[in-house]
Design a protein around this ligand. Structure first.
Ligand SMILES: [Ca+2]
Ligand SMILES: [Ca+2]
Ligand SMILES: [Ca+2]
Ligand SMILES: [Ca+2]
Length: 510
């Protein structure tokens, strides 16, 4: 190759000397790049460095020495974690997934190649640009950075991540179906990836572990932290004890029905009641397998259990209601877990996205306001009973019906009540055609008080949960459930569509 160039050039001696010098320069530069590449590819780390005759001599973890004086083309790890070449994002990740180091090489055309792909960036010196001197070497957070006179830098991981994890003598002990949280301290976390193994099965890829054991036993846990330099790991054991739980609602945190024919009846409500006495009444009813009604659109309840409901493969729970053939009163189910560990439902909520979630007729962020009637009507079937307006520009009245003589408006509340949520278009229709037999067929799946409790379509999979942005989330378990009525509809003498709740069944428990 060289001889061909020399023969073709066939020029004066000076030119040939210049050319020789150029070639020698190129060779030197290439040798320096080869050294750098070697370091990057082998994922070595720096043990020491010194300055010698204007060069930086860096001793690597395998004992090899790297001498760097200047460079005119360089590689660094950018803030986005990609390899950057001469200030250009190559689009290739520097921190390899699955622990596989990216392959970096100079190709036959003189360009940088990453994972056998030509980046189109020349590794050779750029014309008219002087080679820059290294002016400083620093180590911060396990990253060694060489800074050149022109401000450019090369960064190399200098340390393996180090895990510090304090586990009690004899390991961790807890009951089954409880959150297990481990927050290790990581020294040199830059660019580190994590792997948590429970009995050799990978369960998490975050630095912290949030896990829940469904079955009693002894478990081996391992955390592996890895970066380009190397890896550290820690192992410990967790003893999970057997424990008997109640398969039912054990706590009601919040209860506010919307106006409806069972409001003030299921449970009983009086003008002297408060939010707290009503919460307690709902809790008393539901912990004794009684029933509460949520009233018209938006009426809600928030409840919890004496254990965490695990998201296992397939369906996980049923919110029990009183749906029967052709009479569904679908409630939207929200779920949450106690991420701040205070035992209260003040954490992020996720909606169980049932069969209606993405339908064109579904209205997200629906709001309805009900107005307290000034007096109770003398007509026992007063059609213009409780006025409502919504944020879609609609208005109307909830009708009174003779089967329920009490006030339909929550007696312990003020002049107006506003409820928010996702509005689902009701399936209600007049089956008889003459107004004496109404049907509200169930939605396909994913709601409360929709299918009969024994029907598999009443079962809920926690994996259907979505966040406020509508993105699917894979929760490991839930501690809290919120149900609200999703329909604003009336079926003649049957009254308004109002979700009933009379319990909860965790499909993990007997
Ligand atoms: Ca599941
Ligand atoms: Ca909480
Ligand atoms: Ca009802
Ligand atoms: Ca019902």
């Amino acid at each position: 190759m060289l001889s061909v160039i020399l023969l073709l050039s066939g020029c004066y001696k000076d030119d040939i000397n210049d050319l020789k010098n150029d070639v020698n320069n190129l060779k030197e530069r290439m040798a320096q790049y080869e050294n750098l590449l070697d370091v990057l590819n082998k994922r070595l780390y720096v043990v020491s460095y010194e300055t010698k005759d204007g060069n930086y001599v860096i001793t690597m973890s395998d004992g090899s020495k790297l001498s760097v004086r200047n460079a005119s083309s360089f590689i660094e790890i950018g803030e986005n974690g990609n390899w950057w070449i001469d200030g250009i994002d190559s689009g290739n990740k520097a921190i390899a997934e699955e622990g596989k180091a990216p392959k970096i090489a100079i190709g036959q055309n003189g360009n940088w190649f990453i994972n056998d792909e030509d980046t189109g960036v020349s590794a050779a010196a750029q014309k008219g640009k002087d080679a820059a001197e290294i002016i400083s070497v620093s180590i911060t957070n396990g990253i060694m950075t060489f800074t050149f006179a022109d401000g450019r830098t090369i960064s190399i991981p200098a340390n393996t991540p180090e895990i510090t994890l304090t586990s009690p003598n004899g390991g961790f002990v807890l009951d089954k179906m409880r959150w297990f949280k481990v927050l290790p301290q990581i020294k040199y976390p830059v660019g580190a990836t994590y792997k948590w193994l429970v009995n050799n099965e990978e369960v998490s890829s975050t630095a912290d572990l949030l896990y829940i054991f469904g079955v009693a036993g002894t478990y081996n846990i391992e955390l592996i932290a890895k970066n380009g330099v190397g890896e550290d790991s820690k192992t410990f054991t967790v003893t999970v004890n057997e424990k008997a739980y109640n398969n039912k609602i054990t706590q009601v945190f919040d209860f506010l029905p919307a106006p409806g024919q069972f409001t003030n009846e299921l449970p009983n409500g009086k003008i002297t009641d408060t939010d707290e006495t009503m919460r307690l009444k709902a809790e008393t009813a539901l912990t004794a397998n009684g029933m509460v009604s949520l009233g018209g659109f938006g009426g809600y309840i928030v409840f919890g259990f004496d254990h965490t409901v695990i998201n296992k493969e397939g369906n996980d729970f049923i919110v029990l209601g009183n749906a029967f053939n052709d009479w569904a009163e679908p409630g939207i189910i929200m779920v949450s877990y106690d991420s701040n560990e205070n035992g209260k439902p003040d954490d992020e909520w996720f909606e169980i996205a049932g069969s209606e979630h993405n339908k064109a007729t579904t209205i997200k962020n629906y709001e309805i306001t009900y107005y307290k009637p000034e007096t109770e009507p003398t007509n026992l079937n007063e059609p213009n009973y409780i006025r409502w307006t919504d944020n879609q520009g609609a208005t109307g009245y909830l009708a009174k019906n003779q089967w329920h003589r009490q006030s339909f408006y929550p007696l312990w509340k003020g002049e107006t009540l506003t409820y928010k949520g996702t509005f689902l278009k009701s399936n209600i229709y007049d089956k008889s055609g003459v107004g004496n037999n109404w049907a509200n067929p169930a939605y396909e799946w994913g709601y409360a008080d929709n299918w009969a409790n024994g029907d598999v379509r009443a079962q809920i999979d926690i994996s259907w949960a979505v966040n406020a942005k509508g993105e699917s989330v894979k929760l490991k378990g839930i501690d809290f459930v919120r149900v609200y009525n999703s329909n604003r509809a009336e079926g003649g003498w049957l009254g308004e569509v109002s979700t009933e709740i009379n319990g909860f069944k965790d499909l993990n428990l007997p």
